[in-house]
Structures are given as structure tokens and as C-alpha cells.
Design a protein around this ligand. Structure first.
Ligand SMILES: Cc1cc2nc3c(=O)[nH]c(=O)nc-3n(C[C@H](O)[C@H](O)[C@H](O)COP(=O)(O)OP(=O)(O)OC[C@H]3O[C@@H](n4cnc5c(N)ncnc54)[C@H](O)[C@@H]3O)c2cc1C
Length: 166
């Protein structure tokens, strides 16, 4: 069985009284940030409460590793999580896109959050033609639903190819 190396991340949940109308998107990735990698508008997901607006920010793996190397591998203290929340929120504000003050701000550590590397970036899934076996998942492409869907579609197309040649 192939073991997939994983990396940690910190996630920050933010809740705002009013929607962040200065952001015309429901998800964004941060380029050239040493602290933040992704942000998602959690309130835009189906079935979520429509009062105010909630966002989830993810730290970079490098930031998480730096904090863990300073504080140790044990469960982070509330002081550490408060500092992480401040760091992530400050970086969000540094984008200059007019982020208001949230009424709720809480960070948590996500131990084995992401695969350290995508294991099938080209093929999008693992495929053993002799065994007619396709294996798909976010770990093949990227650690999000988009990655999982792309990988699932690649695996389905491999299986369809085999079935149509029978
Ligand atoms: C808390 C959280 C929040 C997230 N938020 C976002 C987000 O906002 N946006 C985004 O894009 N992504 C998000 N993700 C990531 C996203 O959920 C995953 O990338 C996606 O679900 C991966 O899909 P998958 O089918 O590859 O794996 P999974 O969804 O993990 O599905 C794997 C399935 O295999 C089953 N399974 C595992 N082992 C076995 C076994 N031995 N036998 C039988 N069945 C087994 C599991 O029970 C599970 O049903 C989040 C993930 C978490 C945990």
C-alpha cells in the first residue's frame, strides 16, 4: 500500500454581521502569501445560514510548519490559536479589499490537512490497465472538491474506455 505524505494547515473561521460585498467572489486563492493559501465563503454553500456571512481561511503549509516547530506537535494552546487567528486575519486585511471586523474569529489546527504532493498530476487518477482498476480522489490532483471531481471524471473515462473496447 502506498503511503501518501501529508502536511498540516491552520484554518480560521470568521463570521461577519454583513456580507463582504467588497469581494465579488465566493472563493479565492492567495498567491505570494507566506501565511494564507485559500479563502472560501462558507455561507455560499448549500444549506448554510443566510444571516451575515462566514468565511474560512486556510494557512499555507509553510506557516503551519513554522508555528508547529515553535510550539511543538501537541494540541495547540488557546494562546497559540489566538495568535494564529490574528496572523491569518491580519494577512486577509493586508489584501486591501476592505475587510470589516468579524464578530467571531476562531482558528484550529488541521493535522493531516493536505497531501504533500499530488500523486497523479498528469493522469489525474491512478490506473492499472492489467487489473482494470482506477483509483481516484483529491490526493491525485488537488486537496479540494475540484480536485476530487476532476480525478473522479478521469477514472470514469478510463473505465468507459475499457468497457467500450470489450
Ligand atoms: C472540514 C473540511 C472542510 C472542507 N472544506 C472544503 C471546501 O470548503 N472546499 C473544498 O473545495 N474542499 C473542502 N474540503 C476538502 C474536500 O472535502 C475533499 O477534497 C473532498 O471531499 C475529497 O473527495 P474524495 O472523494 O477524494 O475523498 P472523500 O470525500 O474523503 O471520500 C472518500 C470516501 O472513501 C471512504 N473510505 C475511506 N476508506 C475506505 C475504505 N477502506 N473502505 C471503504 N470506504 C472507504 C470514506 O468513508 C469516504 O466516504 C474540506 C474537507 C474537510 C475535512
Amino acid at each position: 500500500m502506498k503511503e501518501i505524505p501529508v502536511r498540516s494547515s491552520f484554518a480560521l473561521m470568521l463570521a461577519f454581521e454583513e456580507p463582504l460585498s467588497s469581494i465579488p467572489l465566493k472563493g479565492l486563492s492567495f498567491k505570494n502569501s507566506e501565511v494564507l493559501s485559500w479563502g472560501f465563503c462558507d455561507s455560499s454553500k448549500p444549506g448554510r445560514s443566510i444571516t451575515g456571512e462566514r468565511w474560512v481561511l486556510h494557512s499555507t503549509a509553510e506557516y503551519a510548519e513554522r508555528i508547529i516547530s515553535q510550539t511543538g506537535p501537541q494540541k495547540p494552546s488557546s494562546a497559540t490559536l489566538t495568535k494564529v487567528a490574528e496572523d491569518l486575519f491580519q494577512e486577509f486585511q493586508c489584501t486591501g479589499i476592505g475587510i470589516s471586523q468579524p464578530y467571531f474569529k476562531k482558528a484550529h489546527r488541521w493535522g493531516s490537512a493536505f497531501p504533500a504532493a499530488s500523486i497523479a498530476r498528469e493522469q489525474k487518477c491512478l490506473w492499472d490497465v492489467k487489473k482494470r482498476l482506477a483509483i481516484c480522489g483529491d490526493f491525485c490532483v488537488s486537496p479540494n472538491v475540484e480536485g476530487a471531481i476532476i480525478s473522479g471524471m478521469a477514472a470514469a473515462s478510463k473505465v468507459t474506455e475499457i468497457l467500450s473496447s470489450l
